[in-house]
Write a protein that binds this ligand. Structure first.
Ligand SMILES: Nc1ncnc2c1ncn2[C@@H]1O[C@H](COP(=O)(O)OP(=O)(O)OP(=O)(O)O)[C@@H](O)[C@H]1O
Ligand SMILES: Cc1ncsc1CCO
Ligand SMILES: [Mg+2]
Length: 267
């Protein structure tokens, strides 16, 4: 029987469903993340107000929460949305941007972790710090290698019963037991702000479009970024032209090309 969980097949399913994803992201990421989602074939809605975030999570296919530009009002909306997603049986993804930087962020992430995210996606410095290690992260930017975060990712996944994705030069995804690496992308990617935040939203779209396969959904979303990133990077002159080329590459990526070009290996 054909494997329904290859990245290409999951991309086909995701586009066919065009899942509504509630993206509680940050002021920096909102526009690029929505454009990335639309280019890839998902349906994003940036809804974060405390007054409506919980209600909206119940009608969304998935929820993503990113603490990049946190404030107390937004945090209240995040907590309501995560509780509502849990009650409705919807997957939700946590992006713990620079959670190590301030006491406010550390406390917020601890509260969000208690609500048991389905998937955590962060850069290496964020994942190392989240597992209690000493990271070299500076603000929102990683200064650690993905390889150094792999043990932390496994630990976190075991502890919280979730999928953990670490992104960087070569990405790493684990459920605490099995793990995969996804190679590809472009050195221009960390030079364009909020692509990681956008990827978190896309992970939500793939999680919404799959049933009980958050590990495969995460690998597929990361593979889409890796292949489209490689294609855009090959033609780009710098981060500016990379940015628009990346949106075009996401939109024109076919499931067949994705399965052919994706460099996914068992870790
Ligand atoms: N040097 C690199 N080479 C290839 N791909 C990269 C590189 N650095 C990051 N990427 C890719 O860029 C995407 C975003 O990951 P990254 O780890 O930069 O997120 P992030 O640090 O959370 O970003 P941000 O906080 O700006 O949103 C992923 O698809 C990742 O594989
Ligand atoms: C630059 C920046 N500052 C807060 S969030 C964000 C987007 C990248 O994480
Ligand atoms: Mg980030």
């Amino acid at each position: 029987m054909q494997d329904q969980t290859t990245a290409g097949n999951l991309l086909r399913t995701m586009r066919a469903n065009s899942p509504l994803v509630q993206c509680i992201t940050n002021f920096v990421a909102m526009n690029i993340a929505a454009n990335v989602m639309l280019a890839a074939g998902a349906s994003p809605a940036m809804v974060h107000a405390e007054e409506e975030a919980g209600e909206f999570a119940a009608i969304s296919g998935a929820l993503t929460i990113n603490i990049g530009t946190l404030s107390s009002g937004w945090l209240a909306g995040m907590l309501k949305a995560a509780r509502s997603a849990n009650n409705a049986g919807k997957p939700w993804v946590l992006d713990p941007v620079a959670h190590y930087a301030t006491a406010f962020r550390r406390k917020a992430v601890a509260q969000l972790l208690e609500l048991q995210p389905t998937i955590i996606r962060g850069n290496a410095s964020e994942i190392i710090a989240l597992a209690g290690g000493t990271s070299r992260g500076q603000g929102v930017d990683s200064r650690d290698a993905v390889e150094q975060a792999e043990d932390s990712a496994r630990l976190l996944a075991e502890k919280h019963g979730c999928i953990v994705a670490v992104t960087g030069v070569t990405d790493f995804v684990t459920d605490g037991q099995k793990a995969k690496r996804i190679a590809g992308g472009s050195p221009f990617m960390p030079q364009v702000t909020a692509l990681g935040c956008s990827l978190t939203c896309l992970v939500g779209a793939f999680a919404a479009a799959t049933t009980n396969a958050p590990f495969e959904a995460t690998v597929a979303a990361l593979a889409v970024f890796a292949v489209a990133g490689t294609q855009a990077g090959a033609a780009a002159d710098g981060p500016g032209s990379f940015s628009w080329r990346f949106l075009d590459a996401l939109a024109s990526l076919t499931p067949e090309v994705l399965d052919r070009e994706a460099r996914v290996t068992v870790a």
